[in-house]
Design a protein around this ligand. Structure first.
Ligand SMILES: *[C@@H]1O[C@H](CO)[C@@H](O)[C@H](O)[C@H]1NC(C)=O
Ligand SMILES: *[C@@H]1O[C@H](CO)[C@@H](O)[C@H](O)[C@H]1NC(C)=O
Length: 546
């Protein structure tokens, strides 16, 4: 029998159309195309306690810290828990016992790997929580279920610090800056703690920081970034300085940022943009959102300002923030973009009907693009209001972990804007750009400064363009109150082997570029990130104690 070609095509088409998989494949293709543009938002898992604070401990565990209050998660004793350890693989949590009240505290990692939680609030006997204003709490990360909180009666801060900021320092210790000595809606002369101290202690008493005298009443949770020259950038309200914390002197006063105050409770968000060796680690700081006054009717701010500290006379370049947004969370995408989630369009950071009109849409900011085309919009949104006491963290797999929102006191899952225990994962468009992701292996556990190290690279046969490869290291930081303390993204110099199977990477030249401790190594091919691998950057290998 002779069959014409066109008849064959018709019959083949018919066969395809009849295939039980045909519809599914078509749908899969359309869904994939959509995700390539919008990314994907998924709700999986519960945190047990409201995620007021969160920090990534290793490749899969997130330490969640709330304040002493009545929560879903209970300890074996039946008393409500206020800390849990969340597993991003199983989406389950384990309750953890804390001894002092962690309400509006801060935290960071020491160079030896121990996580330190600092400060908090008054005792609450119902939850067996002692006074936490001066607390230093230790948590040594583990990869099994053996780790727990440790508090020592003798190790405390000098001052009461509610709403302080912690930044990790090049010596592997912490600086703890500002706060108030008691609970307050906004800071006052009587409650101000206008000073800083170190952990472990470096001085015999706290050191006064004048900036915090001149920025009342909106100076809580100041924005602080360690700069590659070893100084700190410190911002409160609308003012900022470059500060030498070794000699306790102001190096430079920067111009006032235009617009509304940006610090708690008129909370905006701040990110130090990715550092690059090609421009000698030039620093640009981006600050977005905020609110004009601590009133429920106050419209949130819809501007961002960026300052280039490399200029002789730095100025604020103003840009849109697309939406009005107070309490935004700005975190790094694995590709070095900045992903903004959470927050709302009206009100301020506080309890009792203080926040309204949640912002459901993520936004992505591409710092390398020219002004006017930096914002990526139209992304997959959420329908969960995440306002006061929400958090976000970048995960090693490139997704963003989003949790929290608790603007009612006591917690209430039936309130108009309920206490949120639900977790969401946002998978940005870069996770759908290609069918395959680059893979890395043989990443050393400890890397020292100013050295070279080798890893193995696994790419597809067709991926042979050197110019499409980038290498970077990420520290997701400590998330609370729109703060992402010690968050950092640094590109690294590298050389790829001729067969594309190995990379020799230059570690950061010194600890001012990336202070000691936990880091995640990322290799990108054409903007698609690998699953990041945890490693530790240290002055000496023996410094790591976990
Ligand atoms: C700051 O202190 C360091 C030592 O802590 C010292 O080496 C340096 O010279 C001082 N710089 C200034 C500008 O005083
Ligand atoms: C890390 O250093 C701190 C401060 O010296 C110390 O208290 C802590 O026990 C150390 N952690 C480990 C695991 O040795």
């Amino acid at each position: 029998m002779k069959i014409s070609l066109s008849a064959l095509i018709v019959s083949l088409t018919f066969v395809c159309a009849q295939s039980p998989f045909f519809d599914q494949e078509e749908k899969l293709d359309q869904t994939l195309k959509k995700f390539q543009v919008t990314g994907k938002m998924e709700q999986i898992g519960r945190t047990g306690v409201p995620a007021m604070h969160a920090v990534l401990l290793n490749e899969k565990s997130i330490l969640i810290i709330d304040k002493a209050e009545e929560n879903e998660a209970k300890l074996d004793s039946g008393v409500s828990a206020y800390s849990t350890l969340y597993d991003t693989e199983t989406n389950e949590y384990r309750t953890l016992l804390l001894e002092t009240n962690t309400f509006c505290s801060a935290g960071g990692f020491l160079g030896n790997g121990t996580f330190i939680s600092t400060g908090g609030a008054e005792s609450r006997s119902k939850w067996k929580a002692g006074r936490g204003h001066q607390s230093i709490r230790h948590f040594k990360p583990c990869s099994d279920s053996s780790c727990f909180w440790q508090e020592f009666p003798t190790g405390k801060m000098y001052s009461n610090r509610w709403y302080p900021t912690v930044e990790q320092l090049p010596d592997g210790d912490l600086i703890i800056i500002g706060g108030s000595n008691a609970g307050t809606k906004y800071n006052t002369v009587a409650k101000n703690t206008p000073s800083y101290e170190f952990w472990p202690p470096r001085t015999d008493e706290p050191i006064q920081l004048d900036l915090l005298l001149h920025t009342l009443p909106y100076n809580l949770y100041p924005f602080v970034f360690l700069l590659p020259d070893g100084n700190l950038f410190i911002f409160a309200s609308t003012k900022s300085i470059i500060y030498d914390y070794n000699n306790h002197t102001v190096v430079k006063e920067l111009p006032r940022m235009p617009g509304v105050p940006r610090s708690y409770p008129l909370t905006g968000g701040a990110v130090m943009l990715p550092l690059r060796p090609e421009n000698n680690y030039n620093v640009e700081i981006l600050i977005c959102g905020g609110s004009a006054s601590p009133k429920a009717t106050s419209e949130a701010d819809d501007t961002c300002g960026k300052i280039n500290l490399g200029h002789d006379k730095p100025t604020w370049e103003m840009d849109t923030f697309i939406h009005k947004r107070v309490m935004p969370d700005g975190v790094f995408g694995s590709d070095g973009s900045i992903i903004w989630v959470n927050g709302c369009q009206r009100g301020y950071a506080g309890y009792k009907d203080a926040n309204h009109d949640p912002t459901f849409d993520p936004l992505i900011y591409h710092p390398e693009k020219p002004i006017g085309s930096r914002w990526q919009q139209g992304l997959a949104n959420t329908d969960i209001a995440r306002m006061y006491h929400s958090v976000a963290l970048t995960l090693p797999d490139g997704r963003i972990w989003i949790a929290g929102s608790n603007s009612v006191d006591p917690p209430d899952i039936h309130a108009h804007y309920p206490t949120e225990y639900r977790v969401e994962y946002y998978s940005p468009p870069y996770l759908f750009k290609s069918n395959t992701r680059p893979k890395i292996s043989h990443v050393p556990r400890i890397v020292t400064y100013d050295t070279q190290f080798n890893i193995l690279l696994h790419l597809q046969e067709t991926e042979k363009d050197m110019d499409k490869i980038q290498v970077a290291m990420l520290r997701p930081g400590f998330s609370t109150h729109s703060m992402h303390m010690s968050q950092r993204y640094v590109f690294l110099l590298f050389e790829v082997s001729e067969d594309f199977q190995a990379i020799t990477i230059n570690s950061p030249p010194n600890p001012n570029i990336f202070p000691p401790g936990q880091a995640f190594l990322i290799v990108l091919y054409d903007g698609v990130p690998c699953k990041a691998a945890e490693f530790f950057i240290e002055k000496e290998e023996k410094d790591l104690k976990i």
